[in-house]
Write a protein that binds this ligand. Structure first.
Ligand SMILES: *Cc1c(COP(=O)(O)O)cnc(C)c1O
Length: 494
């Protein structure tokens, strides 16, 4: 493809995307294709000769589009939003156009510096504790997902625990050169991880309602899924601090090493908000790392009236939220902050010869490759910067407020209808509800009827052992009329 052809096809593709958004309500929200249908329509072998771009787009419409579940539809109420916006799409396109690797400051200074800057902006935008600012010992980084953030936090916590000793079995190899790996870094090595080997006595804690990524991280980090304790919850599905304390004390008495707690601000099932002040105090008392997972709900803190969800966050060692859920930024974009970046960098830094450079050696720059698992990294700050600048903070707030208002409106309809009940508190933009009569079977049948209609899409969870419908409101295009239509669809012929 020549630059001229790119110009032509690129403009046509932008038109196609704009048309898609204008017509998005016409598609069935949940893809209705049968398993295997998409593959059956594809040729068995790749083409030997290049094909014209028009042929590609024709197949997108014929084969791909029917197999798309329309996440950006205003009638998408399933799981969580993975919303996006035109400024974000353009930022993503530009990032692809520049095609840079941001693994080191040196490999594209703007990738690193824009990222650090935007993450500092977000500290202020969300009213996060100042200890997360890069000007102090902390700082932020964009991870692909909240799952990677909790893994990075767990690895940093394990590193800090090992550093503190004294009872640790420290299998760390001595450093070969002792050089600083990056700002705040303590050491680097030409080979072998600086991170500690695993201590089988390590124990981690999170609530029974926490996201599955915490258990996954425990497995990957070598802590072991069995060594992640599930802390019980109260009637609002929030972690019980007394239960957390009881488990930690029992483990300590048994000679084990409690080291890490994940609190949720907005659980996936029901937006339960764990009590950070109490949990943070316990973590301080026993020297445990506190990671706060606010993957969806964190965005609400753009609005001062919702910032109470972060009460106690100043006691956290790390925090993450997903602009790729509710902040109009394309997947993938998770923002992750640590109060003390040294533990994170010590856990993940490794410097082979071929990455050596003067800026890194001088310790004058951030090298984000030391802040996550993988080496290479995309220029994701660009889309976030485009979103923040295009919407403005007030523009973002206005949309978040509207989503919360719509969820509260819907919750009010549910509460007022004798056929339905609310299944959990609805503090923000997610409503958990169910039919009172007919048990799980009736609720499952209702969900299936709604999704088969193609008019909307929602998913379920299980709360207190009961099948529960979830209406999650966060689509960039979702307006009151869509929520009203959803309610009408639920209540007609019920
Ligand atoms: C969605 C969600 C996650 C997982 O997010 P990914 O970015 O897809 O890894 C983790 N925790 C909570 C509370 C979530 O809601």
């Amino acid at each position: 493809m020549t630059p001229d052809e790119f110009r032509t096809h690129g403009k046509a593709l932008i038109d196609w995307i704009a048309d898609y958004y204008e017509q998005i309500e016409q598609y069935p929200v949940l893809s209705q294709v049968a398993p295997g249908a998409v593959r059956a329509a594809l040729p068995g072998a790749p083409p030997e000769q290049g094909e014209p771009f028009a042929a590609l787009m024709a197949d997108v419409e014929r084969i791909i589009l029917p197999g798309i579940t329309h996440w950006q539809s205003p009638n998408f109420f399933a799981y969580f939003p993975a919303n996006t916006s035109f400024p974000s799409i353009l930022g993503e396109l530009l990032s692809a156009g520049l095609g840079v690797q941001g693994m080191l400051w040196q490999t594209s200074p703007a990738v690193t510096e824009l990222e650090t800057h935007v993450l500092d902006w977000l500290v202020e935008m969300l009213g996060l504790p100042e200890r997360f600012l890069s000007s102090g010992a902390g700082g932020g980084v964009i991870q692909d997902t909240a799952s990677s953030a909790v893994l990075a936090a767990m690895l940093a916590a394990r590193e800090r625990t090992a550093d503190r000793g004294p009872q640790t079995t420290d299998s760390r190899q001595p450093t070969k050169d002792g050089a600083l790996a990056a700002v705040g870094g303590r050491r680097s090595q030409t080979s072998g991880p600086s991170a500690v080997g695993n201590d089988p006595r390590l124990r981690a804690y999170t609530s029974t309602q926490a996201h599955s990524s915490v258990a996954k991280a425990a497995g990957i980090a070598g802590v072991g899924r069995d060594n992640l304790r599930a802390v019980g919850v109260d009637e609002k599905f929030a972690m019980r601090p007394d239960e957390l304390r009881r488990l930690i004390e029992a483990d300590r008495a048994a000679g084990l090493r409690p080291f890490f707690v994940v609190a949720s601000v907005g659980t996936t099932s029901s937006t339960a908000i764990d009590p950070l002040p109490e949990i943070g105090a316990i973590c301080r008392e026993f020297g445990l790392w506190l990671h706060v997972d606010a993957a969806l709900a964190g965005t609400a803190a753009l609005c001062p009236e919702f910032r109470h969800i972060h009460d106690g966050l100043e006691l956290a060692d790390s925090y993450a939220f997903n602009p790729h859920k509710w902040m109009f930024t394309n997947f993938d974009c998770n923002c992750f902050w640590v109060a003390d970046r040294a533990a994170l960098i010590n856990a993940l830094s490794i410097l082979p010869d071929y990455l050596r450079n003067a800026a890194t050696e001088a310790g004058a720059v951030i090298d984000y490759r030391d802040w996550h698992v993988q080496l290479g990294r995309r220029f994701r700050a660009l889309k976030l910067w485009f979103v923040i600048r295009s919407f403005g903070v007030e523009g973002l707030r206005a949309r978040v407020r509207e989503h919360v208002r719509l969820a509260q409106l819907f919750a009010g309809w549910v509460a007022a209808d004798p056929r339905f009940e609310l299944a959990a508190p609805a503090p923000l933009n997610l409503v958990c509800f169910r039919l009172r009569q007919g048990g799980d079977a009736a609720n499952r049948a209702l969900l299936e009827r709604l999704n088969a209609s193609g008019k909307l899409y929602l998913t379920h969870t299980v709360l207190d052992g009961r099948y529960t419908l979830r209406l999650s409101i966060g689509g960039t295009l979702t307006e009151e009329r869509h929520v009203r239509a959803a309610w009408e669809e639920m209540t007609n012929d019920e």
